[in-house]
Design a binder for this molecule. Structure first.
Ligand code: DGJ
Length: 730
């Protein structure tokens, strides 16, 4: 076992104790311990701040029964409780064996330590005491980011089928403690995604979920549980499920204070027939521990996503400033109109020009055309190439919108293949936004989509696709599959796997392609989709007042380089006209900057100002996209009146601070803003970017963090600034 020579502290990584029945997973700031009881049950022993060795861990024993109603197996912190015996708490797995037995009894069988996807991995094999079912639990350890990445795989070692009815990725336990805990989750709807919800953790179960077949915007597969209420200093356990279909995350607390967090693919209408000698693998459930508050959890998850999740090489390259035509032209897409917009966009410094919905035949509204991924000869009489060439000549990459999983009933594709959508034979096919969902689990559908998208990308030098998904799955039937003796409830998983396969294939064939994940805005923002996409469209709501809430929420999951934000013209309400262009830019510059306004309608002054902000953005882009992002003032906590966000380089040599005040009815001066994470004794230059009066000031890191900095917000409403800090000596 590797230990530090001076302190005797056990090194980061995976350690196995003599006897091979207990393990300590050590990260830079945390430890996770587990062990096997005499009976062969696998228990969690500890999860929290880093421990120096195995020595202080409790012995691996089942807890005593409290009463015949509160029995040992329910009280035990089992790593992977499977429904069976006297288990009444959260459970991870449920199955029916060929003889009808609906009870699993998993016992420890063996352990292996290795490496997977660049991280050390502990694999623990559990085996049913009687039936030929093995479950392998995987624990990958991201030491630097204090994360444990768990998943499970089911292996049918026999010949008769086993029906899986629940196959969660993990159950995490927190012991009882004296101080109360709080649960933070994200909730929303179209146009109002990722709003922060906070509640005390009390006895009972909080369930968040999506049953839509897509991650959804009503809830997000992410949680944080903290012990105190401050943003900066508190212990936080946090986690997220890497799955882009229906998911379920359950936080259950006993009256005595123990909490179990269980989650994975939703078991709602789910079942998987595990044929003899076959396997089933769950998605990852990534979770971590931080002692530096909710911002600490942000930093860790962002780093993990950048380093281990996002596709390379794109994840190491700056994300380009984009223009998207949707809000400017809606379905009125023409070669001439788009070319003019492209010319204006290029003058401003835009690097990627994206044609949104409306470029394919019959797509003059949202009632027709989805599925027919050909260039509309009426809108583009000379094909798409002249526009692509123009965009490329202007020095920009070309991107295009698609919604591959969908068809309008009014489309050639649907007329040719009405059986390609989810349906039950004797039920109507429910439409939403006039469209139906293609059964992407079918191989012929996957092949069709790969062929047409591959051609679209290859023929037109497409660098970027915006992959949209504007409705949930309904009538999840696949009559032919069921008629062939298969299990129809597999469709929820097969759909997601189909989407992943198509994206993976396109990326393999076009290594320079980038993909934006969009689902009516931010309805598909999870770590599963981020393995094959480069950015997420956070919301169709681009009003800065709404955006600050949405961006605060989504930043719990998404790093700056992934969070897509645009400056647009809508909504054109009374307040809108009072919001300065600079404020709208500043909000959009906090992530991946885009422009969505109708540039042909912008004044000369606005275009000149836009050009200046785009240039400023490019200057600070590496820090905004890849820095450590801390929300210093929460819009949620200040009812939307304030927001301040700091992005800091890892070596604390450079930072960017965005600050916003919405209204100022009492003409007050803003309090000083205290920064974070700077080197206390170093001196920093501070400059307010994009201002005519951008004189540089100098302060020590300690002064900036303790005394704070005066914000150049004046006394007006809708005031904002961007401060750029640079270390000038050490
Ligand atoms: C929904 C997206 O969120 C919008 O940005 C736009 O792409 C429309 N779909 C197009 O139909």
């Amino acid at each position: 076992m590797q230990t530090d020579k001076i302190t005797g502290e056990i090194a980061t990584g995976i350690h196995q104790q003599a006897g091979n029945k207990s393990w300590l997973l050590v990260t830079e700031h945390s430890s996770y311990a587990l062990g096997v009881t005499e009976e062969g049950l696998l228990l969690q022993l500890y999860w929290g701040a880093r421990l120096p060795s195995f020595n202080d861990l409790p012995s691996v024993q089942l807890p005593a029964e409290r009463s015949s109603q509160d029995v040992t197996l329910t009280l035990a912190r089992e790593e992977y409780p499977a429904l069976g015996g006297l288990r009444y708490g959260e459970f991870a797995a449920q199955a029916v064996f060929a003889d009808g037995t609906r009870d699993i009894d998993l016992r420890f069988e063996g352990a292996e330590i290795g490496e997977r996807q660049g991280l050390p991995e502990l694999r623990l094999r559990l085996r049913d005491a009687v039936y030929p079912l093995d479950v392998i639990l995987s624990y990958r350890v991201d030491s630097k980011n204090d994360l444990i990445i768990r998943s499970a795989s089911f292996h049918n070692k026999g010949d008769e089928a086993i029906l899986l009815e629940r196959a969660f990725s993990a159950v995490w336990h927190l012991p009882a403690q004296f101080t109360p805990r709080h649960l933070t989750t994200l909730a929303g709807h179209w146009g109002g995604e990722t709003r922060i919800q906070r509640q005390p953790v009390v006895a009972g179960t909080v369930q968040i979920e999506s049953r839509k077949g897509v991650t959804g915007s009503n809830a997000y597969p992410w949680f944080a549980i903290d012990t105190q209420a401050t943003e900066q200093l508190s212990e936080v356990y946090f986690g997220t499920i890497a799955w882009s279909g229906s998911w379920n995350l359950r936080v259950s607390t006993r009256i005595t204070g123990e909490t179990a967090i269980a989650g994975g693919i939703h078991d709602h209408d789910f079942a998987w027939t595990l044929a003899g000698q076959q396997s089933f693998e769950t998605p990852d459930f990534v979770a971590g521990f931080a002692q530096d508050g909710i911002n600490g959890s942000r930093h860790r998850l962002h780093r993990y996503i950048r380093e281990h999740v996002l596709p390379q090489p794109q994840a190491s390259q700056p994300r380009p400033v984009l223009y998207n035509s949707w809000e400017a032209t809606f379905f009125d897409v023409t070669e001439e109109g788009q070319s003019k917009l492209a010319e204006r966009a290029a003058e401003l410094g835009v690097e990627l020009f994206v044609v949104d919905d409306g470029w394919f035949p019959a797509r003059n509204h949202d009632h027709a055309g989805l599925g027919d991924w050909r260039i509309d000869p009426q809108k583009f009489p000379n094909g798409l190439q002249p526009l692509v060439n123009r965009v490329n000549e202007l020095g920009m990459q070309f991107g295009i919108w698609v919604e591959p999983e969908m068809v309008n009933p009014d489309s050639d594709l649907y007329r040719a293949h009405p059986d390609w959508i989810y349906h039950f034979p004797n039920r109507p096919r429910s439409e939403a936004r006039n469209q139906l969902v293609l059964n992407v689990g079918r191989q012929d559908v996957q092949e069709y989509l790969i062929t047409v998208l591959d051609k679209l990308i290859g023929d037109h030098n497409v660098s970027f696709i915006k992959w949209d998904m504007n409705r949930p799955i309904s009538e999840p039937g696949w009559p032919e599959y069921v008629a062939a003796g298969n299990n129809g409830r597999e469709v929820w998983v097969r759909h997601v796997e189909g989407v992943y396969t198509i994206m993976d294939t396109l990326r393999a064939r076009h290594p320079n392609l980038s993909i934006e994940s969009c689902s009516s805005g931010g309805s598909r923002a999870d770590l599963g989709i981020l393995e094959r996409t480069d950015q997420v469209w956070s919301s169709d709501n681009t009003h800065p007042d709404a955006r600050l809430f949405i961006q605060e929420g989504i930043s719990h999951i998404l790093p700056g380089r992934v969070m897509g934000d645009w400056v647009t013209d809508t909504p054109s309400d009374r307040v809108w006209n009072e919001i300065p262009l600079s404020y709208r830019f500043h909000v959009a510059m906090m992530g991946m900057l885009g422009i969505g306004g109708h540039l042909m309608h912008w004044s000369k002054e606005d275009l000149a100002e836009a050009k200046r902000w785009i240039a400023v953005y490019k200057q600070i882009r590496p820090i905004v996209q890849d820095g450590e992002q801390s929300w210093l003032i929460s819009p949620t906590a200040t009812e939307g009146n304030w927001a301040a966000v700091e992005s800091l380089t890892t070596d604390a040599s450079e930072a960017v601070v965005f600050a916003f005040r919405r209204t100022n009815p009492f003409w007050e001066v803003a309090p000083r803003l205290r920064l974070q994470g700077l080197q206390p004794t170093a001196r920093y230059s501070v400059q307010s970017l994009g201002q005519t009066d951008n004189e540089t000031q100098e302060y020590s890191g300690a002064a900036l963090m303790n005394q704070g900095i005066a914000l150049p917000l004046g006394r007006s409403s809708y005031a904002s600034c961007i401060l750029h800090l640079r270390l000038i000596n050490r």
